[in-house]
Structures are given as structure tokens and as C-alpha cells.
Design a protein around this ligand. Structure first.
Ligand SMILES: C[S@@+](CC[C@H](N)C(=O)[O-])C[C@H]1O[C@@H](n2cnc3c(N)ncnc32)[C@H](O)[C@@H]1O
Length: 290
């Protein structure tokens, strides 16, 4: 089968999956189907997309065809393309990703911008990320601020493995220290100084929420944040307050603004500022304790 025909067949398969999922509210549109089928074939052939167009009449070997359609069927079953190709783009850079770590989302690029403003304005040299996942956020901040030293924690060994791989790929081994454990516990136990700025994109979906199938492929410990969803964020803020942290930049669910206001009130703080994502949904906050 030649390239053009293989792509057409693959697109028909993905399109049929879309009809099923569209009714559930998370289908792919046609340009995305074209793009994804091409990206998966490029992944199999280890070529750029332009190759497919210049060689559309080239025949694929039986092995290439088999591998390509294996990937198309994985995508048909809603597995995110990032887990299939093992890479994800974040803030204009390519990161390694695999099952066990959450796929970093473009919404988190705003968290980077908010953190960046604080780092510059307050000349911050040490920060901590709680729940580092793939490492994309910390690595991006470090590449923009080479003077930074980052302490990062995560409860998931699988996520820490992905972060470690990315840190190695960007040759940042000395600047980001990884610890397995909850919140800031690993730093507290080792008597390490708690940085004045903490960033976090902790799980915030209420336990038991029915999720669309692609999210079923992501680690559930990265998604569910407790009965109301905000328990993990609530505990982080309590720990930060107790240990004299000055600033917290944190993501939250689009409908959690009032809950966040409610949980910070008893803690006492100087300033709380919410920010929106590109779809104009509330997405996170910057909290100044002092
Ligand atoms: C939503 S993911 C975010 C990952 C990454 N920061 C990102 O934005 O792509 C949340 C991460 O927090 C970790 N996590 C959940 N609860 C935690 C806790 N109590 N302490 C530290 N990490 C936690 C999860 O394992 C997961 O890797």
C-alpha cells in the first residue's frame, strides 16, 4: 500500500472513532485527524511531514504498515497521541513523556508567565515545585532563569522517572533536585530551606468524577484531588503558610475560585490574584502570604 492510501484508510478509522466520541463531547475535528494520522506515520518512518507529501506514491513495507496501523488503533481507542509518540510540546520545546506522568497542558504556560514575573520582580533564586510530573514547568522556568535552583517533589515514582529523563535531556541535572514525597515533606525532613516561592499544578478534579476516555490513560493520582477536588491544594497552602512561604502560584479548576477564597481566608494573606486561561476560564491564582 502506498503512503497516500495508507493515510486515507487511517483517517477513515480515526473519523469513525470521532463520530462515536463527538456524541460524548470530545471528538477530533477533521484537520486534527489529518494531522494526527500524518504525525503517526512520520513517527513510524522517522521522517518529517514534508516527506509524506513529496513521496505520497511510495509503497510502505509490510512492517511499516503493521506498525502504523497498530498506532492508529491505539489512537482510535482514545490514547493521547503524546503517549503514543512519547513526546509533547510545551512552551515551544519538546519534552519526553510516557504513561505515569501527566501530559503537560498549554494552560500551564500562564502559570509559567506568572511565576516568571515574580522571579524577576523579587529577584528569586530558589523555588520549589510540588507535583513536578514530567518536569516541563520547572525545566521551562530554569531555561528562562539559569540562576534558579529548583527543589521538586512528587508522590509518583513513575512521574519522577519522566522528570529525571527530561532533566537529563536538557542537561540540568545540578539545578533541579528531585524528591519522592508529599507536598514539601521531603525538604522538611532533610532540614532543607523552604524556598520563598512555590509553584504547583496539583490534582483538582473531585474524586469519582466521570472523565472522558483520553483522561483514563493519565495517572489518576495526577487528576483527582479529593472529595471536593481542592483538598490537595488546601493542604499545600496550609503547609506553605506554616513554613513561611511568601508566594504560591497554583493552578485550579475553572469553577474553584470561590472554594479557594474560602480556604485561604482562615490562613491569612496579603494578596490573592486569580488568572484566566486562553479560553477565559479561571485557571489559577497567585497568593502572597507576606
Ligand atoms: C496535575 S499533575 C501536574 C504535573 C506537572 N506539574 C504538570 O503541570 O504537567 C499533578 C502531579 O502532582 C503529583 N501529586 C499529587 N499529589 C501530590 C502531593 N500530595 N505531593 C506531591 N505531589 C503530588 C502527581 O503525582 C502528579 O505528578
Amino acid at each position: 500500500m502506498h503512503i497516500q492510501k495508507a493515510l486515507k484508510n487511517a483517517q477513515a478509522i480515526l473519523k469513525s472513532a470521532c463520530y462515536v466520541r463527538e456524541s460524548a463531547g470530545f471528538g477530533l475535528d477533521y484537520p486534527r485527524i489529518t494531522l494526527e494520522s500524518e504525525l503517526l506515520l512520520c513517527f513510524v518512518l522517522q521522517k518529517e511531514r514534508v516527506f509524506l507529501h513529496a513521496h505520497s506514491e511510495d509503497a510502505l513495507s509490510p512492517n511499516e504498515l503493521r506498525r502504523f496501523f497498530q498506532l492508529i488503533w491505539r489512537r482510535f481507542h482514545a490514547e493521547p497521541i503524546e503517549y503514543i509518540t512519547k513526546h509533547v510540546s510545551f512552551y515551544g520545546r519538546d519534552f519526553f513523556i510516557q504513561h505515569g506522568a501527566l501530559i503537560p497542558r498549554c494552560e500551564s504556560e500562564i502559570l509559567i508567565q506568572k511565576t516568571q514575573e515574580l522571579i524577576i520582580h523579587h529577584e528569586i533564586t530558589q523555588i520549589a515545585e510540588v507535583g513536578i510530573g514530567s518536569g516541563a514547568l520547572s525545566i521551562t522556568l530554569l531555561l528562562h532563569n539559569p540562576q534558579l535552583r529548583i527543589f521538586a517533589t512528587d508522590i509518583s515514582k513513575e512521574a519522577l522517572e519522566v522528570a529525571r529523563e527530561n532533566i537529563q535531556r536538557f542537561s540540568l541535572g545540578r539545578a533541579i533536585l528531585l524528591f519522592c514525597g508529599e507536598f514539601l515533606e521531603p525538604l522538611i525532613q532533610r532540614n532543607l530551606p523552604i524556598p520563598e516561592l512555590i509553584i504547583a499544578n496539583l490534582p483538582y478534579i473531585p474524586n469519582g468524577t466521570k472523565l472522558p476516555s483520553p483522561l483514563g490513560y493519565e495517572p489518576q493520582t495526577a487528576l483527582f484531588g479529593g472529595t471536593r477536588g481542592i483538598e490537595a491544594i488546601e493542604e499545600l497552602l496550609r503547609v506553605c503558610k506554616k513554613h513561611g512561604v511568601k508566594f504560591v502560584v497554583c493552578e485550579m479548576g475553572f469553577d474553584q475560585k470561590a472554594l479557594i477564597q474560602e480556604i485561604v481566608k482562615p490562613l491569612g494573606y496579603k494578596k490573592l490574584e486569580f488568572y484566566k486561561d486562553l479560553s477565559n476560564h479561571d485557571r489559577g491564582f497567585v497568593l502572597c502570604f507576606e
